[in-house]
Design a protein around this ligand. Sequence first.
Ligand code: DUC
Ligand code: ZN
Ligand code: ZN
Length: 478
Amino acid sequence: MATTLITGGTVVTATGRSAADVLVDGEVIVGVLAPGSNLLGSDLASTVDTVIDATGKYVIPGGIDAHTHMELPFGGTAASDTFETGTRAAAWGGTTMIIDFAVQTYGQQVMDGLATWHDKARGNCAIDYGFHQIIGDVNADSLKAMDGLVDEGITSFKLFMAYPGVFYSDDAQILRAMQTSAETGLMTMMHAENGPAIDVLVEQLLAQGKTDPYYHGIARAWQMEEEATHRAIMLANLTGAPLYVVHVSAKQAVEQLAAARDAGQNVFGETCPQYLYLSLEEQLGAKGEQWGAFEGAKWVCSTPLRSRAEGHQDHMWQSLRTNDIQMVSTDHCPFCMKDQKDLGLGDFSKIPNGIGSVEHRMDLMYQGVVSGQISLERWVEITSTTPARMFGLYGKKGVIAPGADADIVVYDPNGHTSIGLDKTHHMNMDYSAWEGFEIDGHVDTVLSRGTVIVDDNAYVGTKGHGQFVKRDLSQYLI
Ligand code: DUC
Ligand code: ZN
Ligand code: ZN
């Protein structure tokens, strides 16, 4: 088995940083050594197969993006990244594991939906992957099938309080699914927006001729997110289900989560880079040369980008510092402008919802370290360690420690990354939602289970290297 020594770097974990060398044997980390240690011989560097010089750089556990939608059929089209293109782009950006959402559609058996997702991913991924299970049709069969998910290594499922007629679950269905969650230990993940009420607002806005992407953000008002978040928390409280609210964007929703957490409830929240950096005014309301006011379609996602004037973005950064929000995923759900987003020209409700970010999450969050929003250790925590703990991967993933998979990123704080379509862009999209963002850092080297897959601005990985990872129950419960 090949041995690798990553030497001279600063190992950063969720709890601290230290000068240390990392020894990898095959696919796993076998030692984190004080620099110059003679324990394993006087010149370890000459006895290993490969030495990676990380002098002046950070050595961190690979990113875990716990919320992606590769190839998701949605909005009359399908997310434009396949497992092959999406996981390769993730690798470029220092993410070494994704957890994607397998889908049970209405009328389908849960295990058939899961099998479809295995077929999409198997043999195609550059990095390791797991699945959450979307339950799009809560009924007696699917509730029974949920019992078997843990054995499949699927320890979380997602329900939608939005998208009536597509993925929507009503309160009775949510209650039943949460009862199963409480019994089995499965984490309930919730898309918390009041879909039926949003649909009324959409209809009214369109009838008034308000058809531009900007109105997507008006229809999906923060009250819709706060109300649904509160309702989900109450149903979880009643049933005892652990609850994880996905893509939180409204500060009022955070307050609901914080109050429940303060009261001791197992309630968690994730946000995404778009809710930290982008806004209703600047992006959804954008006007461009090519697309006019339809430019904003590039950033149509749900939950929507929120008003900067209302202070949601600042509040979200603060929530990351205070742990009222525990982690950052992308909700990577890319669509091209041409032939996909443009389905919604003249009707914002027909714009496929989603933004592509899987490639840039680690960089975008590192920029939060540079700008003083979060600490270096918190960066590692919210992008890798907590996702691992939240979704039953910790020990194997999310940490630099003996016995862990050698999913490692060498990150250069003196490097630079310019994000843009003609610069750093490996996602299968015809635009970048992050065009023009400049990052004061750079992903230099990425190892996935001991194999170098990105090195010195080159992808050297292989399709099919990534393996399905069975997950344990959450390790983050209080
Ligand atoms: N939100 C999105 O923006 N895209 C996919 C599904 C979702 O909930
Ligand atoms: Zn969602
Ligand atoms: Zn999603």
